[in-house]
Design a binder for this molecule. Structure first.
Ligand code: PLP
Length: 397
């Protein structure tokens, strides 16, 4: 791709990998194949494609999506990728493909709220044992990993705490006991962190976030070895969840990918400036951001991440009430769930959870998430405007 034997850089591969205009009527931009099925010249041809698990139906195969899958696998350093309809589609498709009744899965004690619900409310209904472990100390795995534990599953950075877990240390212990390691790397993206290089077996993404980066679609992806991804596509995607990514969404992610690294550079620089500003503010009780030297995960973050990404959590001395007052004083930063967009987004999990309890009394905050925690996804706006907005919000507390 570089005209020599040199491997192309991340940015070049994010723009070009796995696409030759000559194969697509010379179109420079990947076409969107809007088709639900494929026609064959003969029954024999249909048979040979089916035999090779090739493209017979769009639930499992689409040419636009295939370009995206090849590119994501390449950028993460994996053999193969399967793209699905959302990040939660990826969680469900993965776990229901690889786990059976009687198996166990170790999860980190803090998880994205809906993955937390899948682990604690969903999987036990299917006879799958879920073992929550505080993986910030990898030695906590000792004595937990018996032969029934098939997977060790965690996010890093963790949603919503932005805590860092040491991928290599956890993978070494899991592998010694015969368990495979799944890392949800949504908070980082492959421009910042490639978990397979540190010993993970499977990487999970919500494409909805940084990788697409523009807040206009939902998608998910799983990257790993060829055999495992084929199994996930052929069972989970085909007949368990059927959570297929639309070709239009695949096109949008291919477009977003072209600027992923450029965006992550600015996201990371903006976030570090804001984390430092918050950490110095007398109204702020604590800040969790991977690339603050004071962070307990700083050393691991420097080993496994190119920058700190742009997700942070913080708490004010004025706690629950202070968080709400501060957020209502913001004008540039949007009060919104989701993350990884050009727009800065801020959310207060406790307020949303307590509101949900009015209709769903069992709604609870994930373990490790306090009432004061505010999660900030720092966007691509000018840093001076973001800092001024936060000043205005803090002035109301
Ligand atoms: N994993 C993490 C870490 C997330 O933050 C999210 C969504 O916020 C998901 C998975 C689920 O992704 P989606 O919203 O695309 O279903």
């Amino acid at each position: 791709m570089t005209g020599s034997n040199r491997k192309a850089g991340f940015q070049t591969r994010a723009i070009h990998f796995g696409f030759d205009p000559a194969d697509h009527h010379r179109a420079v931009t990947p076409p969107i194949y809007m088709t639900s099925t494929y026609a064959f010249e003969s029954v024999e041809e249909a048979e040979s494609v089916a035999e090779a698990a090739g493209a017979t139906y769009a639930r499992e195969h689409n040419p636009t999506t295939a370009i995206l899958e090849g590119r994501l696998a390449e950028l993460e350093g994996g053999e193969a990728c399967v793209a699905v309809a959302s990040g939660m589609g990826a969680v469900g498709t993965l776990l229901l493909s690889l786990l059976s009744q009687g198996d166990a899965v170790v999860v980190h004690s803090t998880l994205y709220s809906n993955t937390f619900a899948m682990a604690h409310d969903g999987l036990p209904r299917f006879g799958i044992r879920v073992i929550p472990v505080d993986l910030s100390e990898p030695a906590n795995l000792d004595g937990v990993l018996d032969g029934s534990v098939k997977l060790v599953y965690f996010e890093t950075p963790v949603n919503p705490t932005a805590q860092i877990l040491d991928i290599a240390a956890i993978a070494a212990r899991a592998h010694a006991a015969g368990a495979r390691v799944v890392v949800d790397s949504t908070f980082a993206s492959p421009a910042v962190q490639r978990p397979l290089e540190h010993g993970a077996d499977i990487v999970l993404h919500s494409l909805t976030k940084y990788i697409n980066g523009h807040g206009d679609m939902l998608g998910g992806a799983l990257i790993g070895d060829r055999e495992t991804i084929a199994r996930i596509r052929g069972t989970g995607l085909r007949y368990i969840t059927g959570a297929t990514l639309s070709p239009m969404a695949a096109f949008l992610v291919l477009r977003g990918l072209k600027t992923l690294k450029l965006r992550m550079d600015v996201h990371g620089a903006n976030a570090l400036a804001i984390a430092r500003r918050l950490a110095a503010d007398p109204k702020v009780a604590w800040v969790s951001y991977p690339f603050l030297e004071s962070n307990p995960g700083y050393a691991a973050a420097r080993r496994q991440m190119a920058n700190g990404s742009a997700m942070m959590a913080f708490g004010l001395k004025a706690g629950f009430v202070g968080a709400r007052r501060m957020m209502d004083g913001l004008e540039v930063i949007s009060r919104a769930v989701s993350l990884g967009d050009a727009e800065s987004l801020i959310m207060h999990p406790a307020s949303l959870t307590y509101a949900r309890r009015r209709t769903k009394p069992e709604a609870k905050l994930a373990t490790g998430v306090g009432e004061d925690l505010v999660r900030l996804s720092v966007g691509l706006e000018d840093i001076e405007d973001l800092l001024a907005d936060l000043e205005a919000g803090l002035a109301r507390v």
